[in-house]
Design a protein. Structure first.
Length: 142
């Protein structure tokens, strides 16, 4: 993983912990990094696309999405700091409760921080689009 700048070192470590919490179905642990006025934006290509505003809405969306998992994980494999944003390359491998096949993906999640809290989270199915949206450059990152 990339070394973060000192200004977002704590936030980078907190994001790693948030993904670990999500993987163990600890939604309060996952959400503790979020500001009360967070805005969460799913990729438009995703069938469950939506924009969720406020901590309660984001938590409800996360509980609903995570409840569909039979097993699996979302593993952060690279974190790239871009100003007040952190781009997280995620390797997703989950099996939903009503399916036998595994679903895999390699999205980019972009988190915007203010005062140590996530104020916006956006997911991109295409990592390059996530990098571009964040204003980051990482030619070897894909």
């Amino acid at each position: 993983m990339s070394e973060p700048t000192p200004s977002l070192l704590a936030e980078t470590e907190a994001l790693k912990g948030a993904y670990a919490a999500l993987n163990r179905n600890d939604i309060p642990g996952f959400a503790q990094l979020f500001d009360s006025q967070i805005e969460w934006i799913d990729p438009v290509e995703d069938p469950s696309y939506g924009t969720y505003r406020g901590l309660a809405a984001v938590v409800a969306h996360t509980i609903e999405a995570r409840a569909r998992w039979a097993e699996g994980s979302c593993e952060p494999v690279r974190l790239i700091v871009a100003g007040d944003k952190i781009v997280v390359f995620v390797d997703v491998r989950v099996r939903l409760k009503d399916e036998v096949q595994w679903r895999e993906g390699r999205p980019a999640d972009v988190y915007t921080f203010r005062n140590g809290k996530v104020v916006q989270a956006r997911s991109f199915l295409d990592r390059q689009r996530g990098l571009q949206w964040a204003g980051a450059t990482a030619p070897d990152a894909i």
